[in-house]
Design a protein around this ligand. Structure first.
Ligand code: SF4
Length: 339
């Protein structure tokens, strides 16, 4: 039987700005089972990074988690003290950030930073931490690890720095690794190597993963499940194969049409999704994609659709899947019999 590692229920995260409240995450639900690699895919501003930071409880003021539950092995992380969260971060759930440059202090050698992290995470002596640091650097395939440990961050290539960042994240032996755009600062060749590395460590260390990406190609390569986020909500979710080969949501279809090689337009031309994402301060009462959706109906601008089960056993938040939704007129919806 599958084991639920993480369960997100009705998560809401918002930020106060001088223009008003930005609802970055508007009540989302999903679960990570042991062994899953979940791709959270969306454009910038869709809420995917805020979701990851919320799980880590790293939302800083003026942001706040406004509601919901984040259950790690059944315990709500939102009820834990900061001290208790210190035992979760790095040891149970670890995170790798987009830009490996910012993960390190330029004034200390890579070895020093890795050893200090291991000492803190594992509570071992400096000598033991040094041995573990070499082991974990070998495990992420960093060439000449002993030499790299003596070097400063600027002396390593971006790809090498990202490997050390992954090593650092793995050093606490977490159950769940969250990687936020882990390959977007890398060129295509290094990107492929980092994705291979994720596959290897997932197998070897029985790690579960969440990969946050704007790139459906990355999710297609690495993940077994995909969540598509837009406007702070999950538009569609399901197995990677189903979402990629038989998408049910118009936004997913639009995204797929804009990725070369995945289900793209048979003419060979890439589609673009016209229009801009919704205003996060005044998102409107309806489907967040309604202003860009080629299938939008009156009801779409008035009410957020519920998540419907798709024929693929996934979920899609779209009125098109509601047989009782009025296809055209608002009057029909307001006066009609929806029983
Ligand atoms: Fe398009 Fe309406 Fe479905 Fe939203 S609910 S994706 S606007 S058809």
């Amino acid at each position: 039987m599958s084991e639920k590692l993480l369960e997100i229920k009705k998560l809401q995260t918002k930020f106060s700005t001088r223009f008003g409240q930005v609802m970055a995450v508007r009540g989302i639900d999903f679960a990570v089972e042991k062994g899953d690699c979940i791709g959270i895919v969306g454009e910038s501003g869709s809420g995917k990074t805020v979701t990851a930071l919320s799980v880590m409880r790293l939302i800083e003021k003026p942001g706040m988690i406004a509601g919901g539950e984040i259950l790690y092995r059944g315990e709500d992380l939102l009820k834990k003290s900061e001290k208790e969260m210190g035992k979760v971060r790095g040891k149970k759930i670890a995170m790798v950030f987009q830009d490996p440059t910012t993960s390190f202090n330029p004034a200390y050698t890579m070895g020093n930073q890795l050893i200090e992290t291991i000492k803190r995470n594992m509570g071992v002596s400096r000598r033991d931490a040094t041995g573990l640091a070499k082991e974990v650097l070998y495990s992420v395939g960093l060439p000449e690890p002993e030499k790299r440990m003596k070097q400063y961050p600027h002396e390593l290539s971006t790809g090498m720095r990202q490997r050390v960042a992954v090593a650092m994240a793995l050093s606490g032996e977490p159950d769940l690794l969250i990687a936020d755009e882990p390959t977007s600062a890398l060129d295509v060749t290094i990107q492929a190597k980092i994705l291979k590395l994720f596959e290897k460590i997932k197998m070897e260390k029985e790690l579960s993963m969440i990969i946050i990406t704007h790139d459906l190609g990355v999710a297609a390569e690495a993940c077994n499940k995909i969540l598509i986020m837009y406007g702070g909500l999950i538009m569609e979710s399901g197995s990677a194969r189903d979402v990629l080969t038989n998408p049910m949501h118009p936004y997913t279809k639009g995204l797929l049409g804009s990725v070369p090689g995945i289900n793209s337009n048979p003419s060979g031309r890439l589609n673009t999704i016209e229009g801009s994402p919704p205003d996060p301060i005044k998102p409107g009462p309806g489907c967040p994609f309604s202003e860009r959706c080629p299938h939008a109906m009156k009801i779409c601008g008035l009410k957020i659709p519920e998540l419907h089960k798709t024929e693929n056993a996934g979920l899609s938040m779209c009125w098109l899947l509601d047989e009782k939704a009025p296809r055209h007129s608002l009057e029909e919806f307001l006066g009609g019999d929806r029983a």
